[in-house]
Design a binder for this molecule. Structure first.
Ligand code: SF4
Length: 168
């Protein structure tokens, strides 16, 4: 991937939001590493997750972080350990549906509820298709994280570029 080529060419860490679960030990949502507050004050698990149980007009951020909804999200990570499937929204949509159902999370804008409604079947199919690929890649050991650095390596270590298969 281009991002791997750039990481190996420059002493910087370029974030690839959707593919860097390996670098942060899975999903960062629910206050594990961050959360998102929208312009209405709704405290959402992540910027892509438009559901909330708390609003900062009625509760503090500390209280929101302690809510069982956020606790459940944090405690579930990293699921079965495959960091190539870190996302409760698209890799494990059944996980988020259960969190939302159990804790009464409400959609924070019209249409957001489709994530756990009319889009659910499509997300499940997409997640299952990716799971087959991700399991093979994870079990093969081809997806080791760059950070933390390997034992004995100094900052500046760059992982050898992965083999890139090109069509044709
Ligand atoms: S829920 Fe998905 S998009 Fe949001 S932080 Fe977790 S892995 Fe990333």
């Amino acid at each position: 991937m281009r991002v791997h080529e750039l990481r190996n060419a420059y002493p910087i860490f370029l974030a690839d939001f959707w593919n860097d679960g390996t670098e942060v030990n899975g999903c960062m949502a629910g206050g594990r590493r961050y959360l998102h507050v929208n312009n209405n004050g709704d405290v959402e698990p992540c910027v892509f997750c438009h559901f909330a149980v708390d609003n900062l007009r009625a509760t503090t951020l500390t209280e929101a972080l302690k809510h069982p909804f956020f606790r459940a999200i944090r405690e579930g990570i990293p699921y079965d350990g495959n960091l190539l499937r870190p996302c409760m929204l698209i890799d494990r949509p059944e996980v988020f549906r259960e969190h939302a159902r159990r804790h009464g999370a409400r959609a924070t804008h019209p249409g957001a509820e489709t994530l756990i409604g009319e889009l659910a079947d499509g997300l499940d199919r997409r997640a299952a298709a990716w799971a087959r690929i991700a399991e093979e890649a994870w079990c093969s050991g081809r997806a080791l994280p760059m950070y933390p650095y390997p034992p004995g390596e100094e900052p500046g270590f760059v992982r050898p570029a992965p083999a890139v298969r090109r069509a044709g």
